[in-house]
Design a protein around this ligand. Sequence first.
Ligand code: ADE
Ligand code: ZN
Length: 336
Amino acid sequence: MSIRFRELPKVSLHCHLTGSVLPETVAALARKHGVPMPGGRTAQDLYDIDSHVDLDEFLRVYDMVGQVVRDADDFRRIAYESLTELGSKHGVLYREIFVSPPAHPGAGYRVLLDGVRAGMREAEQDTGIGSRIIVAINREDTPAAAVELVRQVIEYRCDEVVGIGLDYAEVHGPPELFHEAYRLAGKAGLNRTAHSESGPTPNIEILLDVLGCTRVDHGYHVVDSPRITDRCRAEGIVFTCTPVSSDIGRYSGSGNGKHEKIAAMVEAGLRVTIDSDDPPMFGTNPTNDFEVLHRTLGYDTDQLLAFTLNAVEGCWLDDSDKSALRARVLPHLAPA
Ligand code: ADE
Ligand code: ZN
């Protein structure tokens, strides 16, 4: 029987708000604010995937898109669209979305957060999708900027914000630089994750030991160290993998669509979850990322649902909300 990929329940732990903006929405917001389209592009060629020769090039497009999202209603709209067009319509039941204040330099933190929270509420009312926020630090900024951002998160504490993350290019911002921001976040009871996409592999232990992370975003190179792999398996560390976006950067494999690293992580018994990272920017969506893994690695419904259940266990909901989420996924499992 063919798998109905779209209908399979999904839990999304690695999706960026700024990376979810639909090209037509970028065009509409540029018009609204009377500014040119980013890079002089059109809605049609804005996310030309072939032009992402590496992560740096992709991140410059990401930054340009950030510039057209400015007021609270813009943030409401893009949060709503991420959670519906790129979420509930693809079977996503719950998303912890990365929100990047530094990518929107014109918007104040409170304006941004209030807009996103309004979009989250509306999406839940209309479709039932639940969501929370992870505030992402830009590792290409200074450690002092990271501390200042965490201070803002703590001063304007909202129930929706469940943790912090660290994104942008790992080569330009090694994780240990951000120890103080992460210490403050931990002290305030915030959960912690960080991107580790290109490595080196010892960065994974820095995430765990210095930053206090319980999740690793991407983390493919973990399998290059049997010792660190054993440790992560023993500690139940959750890896939020993004097959399509990482294939373009050659992180999840050799860029040949084979996703060797993800296959090795699953084989090693690590807690892997699957998501789309920046869906329209990489020409993907949650349904497609599942389908790609089925096509290339032969993963069946049980394995795809195992990714969803790993995400349920690794998410940052409280125990009762987590049980309710689990109860929505379990009926999809084939009877033993
Ligand atoms: N920010 C948005 N997407 C990212 C990615 N794939 N890697 C690092 N930072 C990001
Ligand atoms: Zn990411």
